[in-house]
Design a protein around this ligand. Structure first.
Ligand code: AMP
Ligand code: ZN
Ligand code: FE
Ligand code: FE
Length: 276
């Protein structure tokens, strides 16, 4: 089975890449994509660990962009690392600045915290801040931290630095990565069907049809949109590690997706490589 959307400690996942690979092996995953937020730094560790098992690692990332003033995530698969590394540095630096802005807001609100153990190649996100707030004893759970301060429109929330979805898709295409709209039905800035043509025009090549947040009827709808626009289909559990408190992060390989989803993705990547 296959998993095309997973996070590690290189962004806001709680398992290191080797731990994730171990968990994937236990869960019966044969093909595992590493898609950390705005960083590619987890790949080597995952690839090295996967040699122990018969697991194929798909190199990827999840770009943070803004569309209609709301966050939109674009997955990129098989990027040319050399080309993407430098532009990605500025996205990653933006995530560090944004995290600091959220920490500043929390301090102003009377809840000062610090983020421990973050180096420059790791992507800080709201879950890191939520964990720090739990550690400081201000809240019982990360969920509570989101409800009080970190959720969209809550007092310590800060949007990603401006980088449009169209710019993100174009960047991925320039870097030979296959751009895929992540979890479209989690997007809060408009109607999926209405937005899609603009993303396709920018160079979108796929949709994450299968995601734990999608209902079966939403996935059917996305399958139909893929048909209509000639887009490839991906899926994954968006795994962030085991966590009892956060029921948004459910189990690895829970979707039992077929490995047949991989060849179209590989073909699209090869086509991009031969084009530029
Ligand atoms: P960021 O990219 O820093 O905005 O963080 C996004 C991550 O925060 C997502 O991957 C979610 O797992 C998590 N997240 C977003 N909203 C919530 C929420 N209301 N409760 C718990 N986790 C959330
Ligand atoms: Zn995440
Ligand atoms: Fe996402
Ligand atoms: Fe994700």
């Amino acid at each position: 089975m296959l998993e095309l959307h997973c996070h590690t400690t290189h962004s806001d996942g709680t398992l290191t890449p080797p731990q994730l690979v171990d968990a994937a092996a236990v869960a019966g995953v044969e093909i595992l994509a590493i898609t950390d937020h705005d960083t590619m730094s987890g790949w080597e560790e995952a690839t090295a660990a996967a040699r122990t098992y018969n697991i194929e690692i798909v190199p990827g990332l999840e770009l943070s962009t803004v569309h209609s003033n709301r966050s939109m995530h674009i997955l990129g698969f098989y990027p040319n690392r050399e080309r993407l590394e430098t532009p990605l540095q500025s996205r990653l630096a933006g995530r560090h600045r944004r995290a600091q802005q959220m920490l500043d807001k929390l301090a102003e609100l009377g809840y000062p915290v610090e983020l421990a153990n973050l180096n420059g190649s790791m992507a800080p996100g709201r879950p890191h801040i939520a964990t720090a707030l739990v550690r400081a004893g201000y809240v019982q759970s990360p969920q509570e931290a989101f409800e009080r301060w970190l959720g969209d429109d809550k007092p310590a929330y800060v949007q990603y630095e401006k980088f449009s979805a169209v710019e993100g898709i174009q960047l991925l295409r320039q870097c030979q990565a296959v751009p895929v709209w992540a979890h479209p039905f989690l997007f809060r800035g408009g109607d999926v069907e209405a937005i899609l043509p603009e993303l396709v025009a920018a160079g979108l090549l796929g949709i994450e049809v299968y995601h734990p947040s999608h209902t079966p009827s939403q996935s059917r709808k996305l399958e139909a949109l893929c048909q209509r626009y000639g887009l490839l289909m991906t899926g994954g559990s968006d795994y962030h590690g085991p966590s009892k408190q956060d029921d948004r992060h459910s189990g690895l390989n829970q979707l039992h997706l077929p490995t047949a989803l991989l060849p179209p993705l590989q073909q699209a990547a090869q086509q991009l490589q031969s084009q530029n």
